[in-house]
Unconditional design. Structure first.
Length: 135
């Protein structure tokens, strides 16, 4: 009877470890995907800045604010999070520009891309940041 009880406890422990391992694997996969989406958003802003040059300081495509990122496009007409394609992720990009002190005439743009998803009862977020200078 004792041996059966020990065997049952061992099987329960193994099943819990297996379940936790599968959960952690899914979580890591989601975090990796979210990080890739966030980096894509930062890259999109950088590429837009590079193609616009100094005009990007005032171009609506790089307007200061919190904007929707749908996985492909940063929509500066829609504020806050929006769904990334047909995935479980939601994305947004915050763009802010400041003059670099001392007064040099250069402007630094900070881009923070955030991707959120729900995992169980928790909302998870990944953030990637980029800083770019107009000079």
């Amino acid at each position: 009877v004792i041996a059966i009880g020990v065997a049952v406890l061992a099987l329960l422990a193994l099943s819990q470890i297996s379940t936790k391992s599968i959960t952690n694997s899914g979580s890591a996969s989601r975090q990796s995907s979210a990080s890739n989406y966030a980096q894509t958003a930062v890259d999109r802003v950088r590429n837009t800045k590079n193609s616009l040059g100094l005009a990007g300081k005032t171009d609506p495509a790089l307007a200061d604010g919190v904007w929707c990122f749908d996985g492909e496009v940063i929509d500066t007409t829609t504020a806050d999070y929006c769904q990334i394609g047909s995935t479980e992720f939601n994305g947004r990009v915050t763009i802010s520009k400041v003059l670099i002190p001392p007064v040099t005439g250069k402007t630094e743009m900070t881009v923070v891309a955030e991707v959120q998803w729900v995992e169980g009862s928790l909302t998870r977020t990944v953030k990637n940041e980029g800083k770019f200078v107009f000079d």
